[in-house]
Design a protein around this ligand. Structure first.
Ligand code: PMP
Ligand code: GLU
Length: 408
C-alpha cells in the first residue's frame, strides 16, 4: 500500500525534480550514517566538513544575540552592520571594494550560488564549468534550464584551465562561468597571472559573467589568495562567493555571501525575498564576530596548519600506492587521486570498471566512504576529504591500502 503511494507520488513530482540528481557528497554521507547505524565501523571521508569547533568568540556573539532578543525577521540581504563587516573583510583580506548594497548574505554559499544562477541564466544559456567542478554547480545550472558546457582538465595541468580553453568553449550563447579557487575537489589554486590571462578573455565578451567561488580562501597552503574580481576590466562581471562554513568551521550555522555589481545583488535579494527571506538572525550576529577575526590570527591559522599537516600525510600515503596518481593540492581539504590504472582489476564481488565501482568497493571492503569523481565530472578520479584527525586518516589509509592490494 505505502509503496503504491510512493510510486504514484514519484509520478506526480515535477519534471524539474525528476531531472535533478541527488547531491553525491550528501548521498555518500547519508549512506555512511545508515551503515554506521547498522553497526558497521565506517570511516567517512566523504563530506567536506571541518572537524573543529567554531571559535569561542563567535559562539559568544551568538549567545549574546539570543539574550539580546535578535529573534525577528531580518532585512532580506542581511543586517546592514553584517554587510558592513563583510565589506571590511573583503577589503582587508582580498583588497576588493564592495559597498553594503553590493553584498547579499544567504543561507549558505550554496544558496548564494543558486540565487546568482537563477538571477542570470535564461533557458538555453550556456554556462561554462571547468571540470572537475563542485557537484552542486551542475545541478543548479540544470534547475535554471541552463546548458552546462564542461571544459575538461587533467592532473598534468594541475586541473586548471587556460585562457585558450576558455576562449574555445565560448559561443554566442555563453552567459556564465562557475569555478572555485582553492578548488573543491582538487585543491588547486589559480595564481594571479593565470587569473589575469582568463580576465583578458572574460573582458572580451559582453553580457558574460563569472562566479568566483572563494569559500576555501582561508585554507590556502601557498600564501596569498588572488581574487578574480581584482582586475578592473572585469570587476563588474565577477560575482565573488564566500561563506563561513569552511574557514570558521560553521557548516551548520548556514551563512554564505556574495559581493557583486549592485544590480546582481538586487536580483538575488528579490529571489531570496520569495524563497527564504534573510538567513538566521542569530547566525548573522555571530558572523559579524567572525568577519572581525583577522585570518592571520590563530583562530584561523591553527585550523589551516592542521589541514596542511593532514594534506602532507595523505600525499605521502597515496604516493606509495600502486595505481594511484596524485597532484599536490595547495588548498581546501581534499585529495583527488587519479585511479584509472585500477580499472579492470577484480575482487570476489566483481570487476572495478569505474570510479564509482572503486568507491563502492572501498565502502564495502575497507569500510571507508569517499566520493566518486563522476560526481565532479572526472570519471577517472575519486575524492577523499581529509577534514578528519590524523588518527582517523591513518586508520582509513591503512584500510584503503590493504583493500587496494587485495584487488587482482
Ligand atoms: N562552494 C564550494 C566549492 C563548496 O565546497 C561548498 C561546500 N558546502 C559550498 C560552496 C557551499 O557551502 P555552504 O553552503 O555550506 O556555505
Ligand atoms: N561542500 C562540501 C562537499 O563538497 C559539503 C557537502 C555539500 O554541501 O555538498 O563535500
Amino acid at each position: 500500500m505505502s509503496l503504491l503511494i510512493l510510486e504514484l507520488n514519484m509520478k506526480a513530482v515535477s519534471d524539474r525534480i525528476n531531472k535533478l540528481s541527488e547531491s553525491q557528497t550528501i548521498a555518500m554521507a547519508k549512506r555512511s550514517r545508515e551503515l554506521q547505524a547498522e553497526g558497521k565501523d565506517i570511516i567517512s571521508l566523504s563530506l567536506g566538513e571541518p572537524d573543529f569547533n567554531t571559535p569561542d568568540i563567535i559562539k559568544e556573539a551568538a549567545k549574546q544575540a539570543i539574550d539580546d532578543n535578535y529573534s525577528t525577521y531580518t532585512p532580506v540581504s542581511g543586517y546592514l552592520d553584517l554587510r558592513e563587516a563583510i565589506a571590511k573583510k573583503f577589503k582587508r583580506d582580498n583588497n576588493l571594494t564592495y559597498t553594503p548594497n553590493q553584498i547579499v548574505a544567504s543561507t549558505g554559499a550554496k544558496q548564494s550560488i543558486a540565487n546568482v544562477v537563477l538571477s542570470l541564466v535564461n533557458p538555453g544559456d550556456e554556462v561554462i564549468l571547468p571540470a572537475p567542478y563542485w557537484v552542486s554547480y551542475y545541478e543548479i545550472i540544470k534547475m535554471a534550464d541552463g546548458v552546462p558546457v564542461v571544459i575538461d582538465t587533467n592532473i598534468e595541468s594541475d586541473f586548471k584551465i587556460t585562457a585558450q580553453q576558455l576562449k574555445g568553449a565560448m559561443t554566442a550563447n555563453t552567459k556564465l562561468m562557475i569555478f572555485s579557487s582553492p578548488c573543491n575537489p582538487t585543491g588547486s589554486i589559480y595564481s594571479k597571472s593565470e587569473l589575469e590571462s582568463l580576465a583578458g578573455i572574460i573582458a572580451s565578451k559582453e553580457d558574460f559573467y563569472v562566479i568566483a567561488d572563494e569559500i576555501y580562501v582561508h585554507i590556502n597552503f601557498v600564501g596569498g589568495h588572488e581574487s578574480l574580481a581584482q582586475f578592473d576590466s572585469i570587476y563588474d562581471k565577477v560575482i565573488t562567493i564566500n561563506g563561513v562554513s569552511k574557514g570558521f568551521a560553521m557548516t551548520g550555522w548556514r551563512l554564505g555571501y556574495i559581493g557583486a555589481a549592485e544590480w546582481i545583488a538586487k536580483a538575488c535579494d528579490k529571489i531570496q525575498g520569495q524563497f527564504t527571506s534573510g538567513t538566521c538572525s542569530i547566525t548573522q550576529r555571530a558572523v559579524i564576530a567572525a568577519m572581525e577575526i583577522d585570518p592571520k590570527t590563530s583562530e584561523v591559522t591553527s585550523m589551516k596548519d592542521a589541514f596542511k599537516e593532514r594534506r602532507d600525510y595523505m600525499i605521502n600515503r597515496l604516493n606509495v600506492i600502486e595505481g594511484v596518481v596524485i597532484n599536490q593540492p595547495e588548498g581546501a581539504f581534499y585529495v583527488f587521486p587519479n585511479i584509472k590504472a585500477l580499472f579492470g582489476k577484480s575482487w570476489e564481488g566483481g570487476k572495478i570498471q569505474t570510479a564509482t565501482d572503486l568507491s563502492m568497493y572501498l565502502l564495502e571492503k575497507a569500510e571507508v566512504a569517499l566520493v566518486t569523481g563522476e560526481a565532479f565530472g572526472s570519471p577517472e578520479c575519486i575524492r577523499i576529504s581529509y577534514a578528519s584527525s590524523l588518527e582517523v586518516l591513518k586508520e582509513a589509509m591503512d584500510r584503503v591500502e590493504k583493500a587496494l592490494k587485495e584487488l587482482n
